[in-house]
Every structure is written in C-alpha cells, then in structure tokens.
Design a protein around this ligand. Structure first.
Ligand code: GDP
Length: 473
C-alpha cells in the first residue's frame, strides 16, 4: 500500500526495511512514524492527517443550498403487533407499484416506491420501530414520516406507545392510520381519544397530526393515506441535490450465494451510478450493478430511491451510512479507518469502561447538553408514574431529566436501542432486562440501573444531575 501510494516498487521498500533490520512482507503493518521516515527517505513529502480528517468531507448531506430539488418522502410503518402493519405495506404496494419499463415483478429488497398523482413515495419495507431505531442508533436517520397504525377494533397498546416515543425521540412527524375500519367493532373515535392521553393530537381533535381511516384488508382509503403522506411531505419541504456524488444509508445487506454481497441502500443525496466507488460502513466496493424494487437493472438511483447494490467487497450492516468517494485508495482508507475505529470501540468495551450515570452526565455536560434522557421500565404503571413525577421534579432551569420512554414490563432489546439512539440511561424498577437486552446493552455500552426503592432511584438521579449543575459551566 505504501509503495503504491509512493509509486515505488514494493521490493524497493522491502529492501529498504531489510537494511533497517526489519523483515517484512507485503501486507504487514508498519506504524505511522516508520511510514513517514520511509516516505521521506524515498523523496516524498509527507502530510500527517488526523484520524478525523479521514472522514471529513465525505458526509455532507446538508450542503449545496442552490442545487436542491424536491425529493420523495421516506416512510416507515409502526404500531402494535397484529394492528396491520404488514397488511398495509402489502396493500399499498400491490395497489400502487411504480410500473417499470420491463414490467418487472415486485422484489423484496427492504424498501419500495409507489406513485400517487405523479409523485413518488418510498416505503421502508420492514415494519416496526425496531429497525427504525436500530438504524438511528448507528447514526442514520432514514425516515421522514412515521405512519402509526392503530387497529380501530383494539386500543392503544404497549407497542403503539413505544412507536410514538420512538418517533418523537427521532423528531419524525407521525401520521395516524386507523386500520381495520371494515370491522363491525371498529371505533375510530375511541382510538383518537386514547391517543390524546399519549400527547398525539389528531386533526379531528383540534391537533396537528393527520389521521386517516383505512382498511388494509379491504383496500379502503389507501389513497387517502397516500394523500396525507404527500401533504405532510409538502409541509416538510424535503429536498436534496441530485447532481452530486451519492450518499445515503444501508437498509439491509446480506451475502447472496450467487451474487456475492448485496446491499439495499437508500440514496439520500446525489445520484448513485454503476461504476461508482463507495464506502458503506467499514466495507467498500465498486458498483457493478444497481437493481430496483422490481428486480430490474437500472443505471442510476437518485434521492430517496431504494436500490440494491452489487459489487461490494464485504457485507455492511443495516444502518451503516454510505458515500461515493473519488477513487479506490480513498475508499480503502476510509474503510480501514472505520474498521480500526470499530476495533478500538470493542476493545474499550472489553476493558470494562462502561459509563456510570455520573460519567454519562459529565459527558453530556461537556458536550453542552443540559438535558438528561432516561428510559424507565417498571413493574406497574402506578410506580412508573410516581418515578416520572419525582424525577422530572428534580429539574432546574439549567438541567433536567427527560423521560423519553416509559412502560410496564421487562427491559427489552428495543428499549436498549432507543436508549442508544437517544444517548439515554435505562432505569428498571422492580423489573430486569431480558437476555437479549442485556447482551445488546453490553455491546453498545448502555447503562442499565435496577432499583426497588424509589428514594434510592431519585437520590441517584439527583447525584448524577448535580454533576451538570456546577456553577462554572
Ligand atoms: P402486523 O403484525 O401489524 O404486521 O399485522 P398484520 O398485517 O400481520 O395483520 C394482522 C391480522 O390483522 C391479519 O390477520 C390481517 O389479515 C388482519 N388485518 C390487517 N388489516 C386488516 C383490516 O384492515 N381489516 C381486517 N378486518 N383485518 C385486517
């Protein structure tokens, strides 16, 4: 690599190293100091870059004001199990699929696009908040609008509340789809009233959240839902510059026996083209082919378009960000930098440097944050409300605790990923974390504290917050 960068023969570099008493072969690793000496001795000028320089200038979705053009909204469907998320995704797709030139057959690639009144809408094809928040925990925000599905013959249920809190934590606007209105027991107004208790104020109740009555099963009023999405999207004024190198996020990826690494990405800015060289997470590759959600090969993909990429060297992870870079050397550099970063992070976790509440507060405070996000799970609703009340009272003008989610029941993996995405600590009151949640917390270094006495809990939070209250700051 070093000889390549210097445009020297690798045997010459190896000979040089031998003279220095170092027996090395291509692929061995030398440190930066030695690399600098070698490069200088070979007559090259050396510029040291800091680690953070490596990634600098790769991700800049927010740039270029004057080149911005409207882009389709990206939508995720959330809600309680059995309220009809999958049915709704299927119904919308079957009714409105964008017909390709070759009239392809719909493929599951992790996201799809439909067209309404000549306007496109992108749906993430994995329903639920788990994938949504897992992506956010990896630093990617793919969703512009969340559809909250609530069955009209049922009530606001635990996962409905979770979905509301996940969407709110991500500042993603919601549209309420009241589903199953074909059922005789359907009572949409009951749903609307229940939502009020969770601070979701729908339009018909004088609020601002759009709500639409639908039946996924009978394909009723799906157009009404699409209209609401387009209306919300107009309010959001979503824009991107299509005339630049592409970047975006990985929706899903796997190793396919015949095709090698296949990753579905959502382009968020620019236009991705075949032949582009890109970095995705800590993998890289040259785009050999792009395949759309109808299984057709396409030459390019613009903003908000989901597309499968063939040609990556390895398999990135859902939620990894990707960006097109100028050449292979740069792609390798960034990928290697990220691999190193991941290794360092894993090593730091191994050495047991998990943050305490106090450390977390100090970090937040150093970052200028004056809000302490908490996720509270408890055995019964009554105790959770008591905790929420007590903890929120501890706040001052300078710093306060904010409960981003609370609920009854064990601490789950979904709680951990929400905590990770929001930089929150988790508090369990008379409940424990299940195995998956403990493993996830271990992996991501999320603090879980268990209590069975409210006073202990309040004292701890108070102590942690006082770290943020020092007068010098
Ligand atoms: P998910 O768990 O939220 O993805 O829910 P599903 O889409 O799997 O739907 C759960 C059940 O509700 C299935 O048996 C569906 O057939 C049924 N269902 C979904 N939408 C409707 C609807 O609009 N009306 C009626 N009657 N049943 C529905």
């Amino acid at each position: 690599e070093l000889s390549q960068r210097m445009a020297e023969r690798s045997v010459d570099v190896i000979k040089y190293l031998m003279k220095e008493g170092q027996m090395m072969k291509p692929g061995d690793v030398i440190d930066a100091d030695l690399a600098e000496i070698i490069a200088t001795d070979f007559g090259h000028s050396v510029k040291r870059v800091s680690e953070s320089d490596v990634e600098l200038g790769i991700f800049n979705i927010e740039d270029d004001g004057e080149h911005l053009q409207s882009r389709p909204p990206v939508v995720t469907i959330m809600g309680h199990v059995d309220h009809g998320k999958t049915s709704l995704l299927d119904a919308i797709r079957n009714a409105n699929v964008v017909q390709g030139e070759a009239g392809g057959i719909t493929q599951h690639i992790g996201a799809y696009q439909v067209e309404k009144n000549g306007q496109k809408i992108t749906f993430i094809d994995t329903p639920g908040h788990a994938a949504f928040t897992a992506m956010r925990a990896r630093g990617a925000q793919a969703t512009d609008i969340a559809i909250l599905v609530v069955a009209a013959d049922d009530s606001v249920m635990p996962q409905t509340i979770e979905s509301i809190n996940h969407a709110k934590a991500a500042s993603v606007p919601m549209i309420v789809a009241i589903n199953k209105i074909d059922k005789p027991a359907a009572d949409p107004n009951k749903v609307r009233t229940e939502l009020l208790q969770h601070e979701v104020f729908v339009e018909s109740m004088g609020g601002e959240v759009l709500d639409v009555e639908v039946s996924a099963l009978k394909q009723m009023n799906l157009n009404g839902l699409l209209d609401a999405i387009l209306l919300q999207s107009e309010v959001l004024d979503l824009k991107a510059n299509p005339d630049r190198t592409a970047e975006g996020v990985v929706i899903e990826a796997q190793l396919d026996k015949g095709r090698g690494s296949v990753a579905t990405v959502l382009v968020q800015a620019g236009t991705l083209k075949t032949g582009d060289i890109l970095v995705a997470g800590d993998e890289w590759g040259r785009v050999r082919a792009l395949v759309n959600d109808l299984g057709e090969q396409v030459k390019e993909a613009g903003p908000s378009m989901p597309v499968e990429i063939l040609g990556l060297q390895g398999t990135p992870q859902a939620g990894d960000r990707f960006a097109v870079v100028e050449n292979e050397a740069r792609a390798r550099e960034v990928a290697e930098y990220r691999q190193r970063l991941a290794r360092d992070k894993a090593a730091a976790r191994q050495s047991g440097s998990r943050g305490s509440l106090e450390q977390m507060m100090t970090q937040l405070s150093d970052a200028g944050v004056k809000e302490f996000p908490l996720l509270v799970k408890g055995d019964v609703q009554g105790s959770i409300e008591a905790i929420a009340g007590a903890v929120e009272k501890l706040g001052t003008d300078e710093v306060r605790a904010r409960i981003i989610h609370s609920g009854a029941g064990a601490i789950t993996e979904s709680d951990v990923s929400l905590a990770e995405a929001s930089g929150a600590a988790i508090i369990g009151f008379n409940v424990r974390a299940n195995k998956q949640a403990r493993d996830a917390a271990e992996r991501s270094g999320i603090e879980i504290r268990y209590y069975n006495i409210i006073y202990d809990l309040v004292d701890d939070v108070k102590a942690a917050m006082s770290g943020l209250l020092s007068p010098e700051r």
